[in-house]
Write a protein that binds this ligand. Structure first.
Ligand SMILES: NC(=O)c1ccc[n+]([C@@H]2O[C@H](COP(=O)([O-])OP(=O)(O)OC[C@H]3O[C@@H](n4cnc5c(N)ncnc54)[C@H](OP(=O)(O)O)[C@@H]3O)[C@@H](O)[C@H]2O)c1
Length: 287
């Protein structure tokens, strides 16, 4: 049986759909049982566990051949990342007690970076879970192409998209969540020893300008990309309610300056199959 956290979200849901399509038994780990009812109807075992509840996670992971661990995104962490440290300790204790056969942890590109930034949350959790004795894979995908869902309204209504990824003609390692989930489902069914890292990006790197031109083709209207000046980010993010924008700003700097990159560089990353156009088409059709 495969225990899947984050199953009501993008990646976890698609991981489960991949496993169910192969007739693999799935345990849906949800924090709200009502949100899991659709998974129960598809034949999944349904259990409730919050990511902060070691006891519930232990029950959820017990008896699993493989566990997919997805930590919910936190865009506004405390300066000392104490939320990630707490999550890491909770997951370690639950996994050590439940002793599933294998673990696939959804991490991120740049988890090995030494400069502090938003992705340091995954570095902290990788380090703690890497001490477990069971086989564990850290799946490190690039920037999700599906993040473009945030741009649909401005592309459609204004023909302008704001970009924090700069310069806007610089290729960025991006990947479709469909590829992330397909590869995660494959990894969950593999056997390996110890700790391993799998880095994943799409078939081609994507520039912000290419996102604008792809939107323009699909929407049948002009769309251009516009850089948001770096000096305005802090006040902008604070005006949007962030208490501690520094980690997010540093993450964007890391992508823009190139120090957020795969440990094995572009030549060493696994390549997905799904191109930007297919992702944007799906996002537009499902809006
Ligand atoms: N966006 C990117 O470019 C990118 C790139 C690399 C890695 N990542 C990583 O990918 C992950 C996000 O994946 P996603 O896009 O699939 O996420 P998502 O669609 O936002 O889904 C988040 C999932 O986490 C669940 N969740 C939220 N709070 C929870 C809690 N307290 N306890 C248990 N479950 C909880 C949600 O359940 P509910 O439905 O109940 O809310 C949902 O199933 C993050 O770890 C992020 O750092 C993202």
């Amino acid at each position: 049986m495969f225990a899947i956290t984050g199953i009501t979200g993008k990646v976890g849901g698609e991981v489960a759909r991949n496993l169910l399509a192969g007739n693999r038994p799935v345990r849906a780990v949800v924090r709200d049982l009502h949100k899991g009812e659709a998974w129960a109807r598809r034949g999944c075992d349904l259990v409730r566990a919050d990511i902060s509840d070691a006891g519930a996670l232990t029950s959820a992971f017990t008896g699993a051949e493989s566990v997919f661990v997805l930590v919910p995104p936190n865009f506004d962490p405390s300066p000392d990342f104490h939320e990630a440290r707490a999550t890491a300790a909770t997951l370690r204790s639950a996994l050590a007690a439940a002793r599933p056969g294998r673990v696939v942890y959804l991490s991120t590109i740049g988890a090995q970076a030494t400069q502090s930034n938003l992705l340091t949350q995954h570095s902290i959790i990788e380090q703690v879970l890497g001490e477990l004795s069971m086989p564990i894979t850290f799946l490190r995908p690039g920037w999700f192409m599906d993040n473009c869902s945030w741009d649909i309204a401005s592309a459609t209504n204004d023909g302008v998209i704001s970009s924090f990824l700069q310069p806007i003609d610089k290729p960025v390692p991006m990947v479709a969540t469909a590829d992330v989930a397909r590869v995660a489902a494959e990894l969950l069914q593999e056997t390996w020893n110890g700790r391993r890292v799998v880095e994943l990006e799409g078939p081609h790197r994507v520039t912000p300008n290419q996102i604008a031109t792809t939107f323009a083709d699909l929407l049948g209207r002009p769309v251009r990309m516009e850089s948001v000046p770096r000096e305005t980010w802090e006040s902008l993010f604070k005006s949007q309610g962030m208490k501690n924008p520094t980690p997010r700003i540093k993450m964007l700097d890391g992508f823009n300056e190139g120090w957020i990159e795969f440990e094995s560089a572009e030549s060493g990353s696994r390549k997905g199959r799904v191109a930007l156009e297919a992702v944007l088409r799906t996002l537009i059709e499902s809006r």
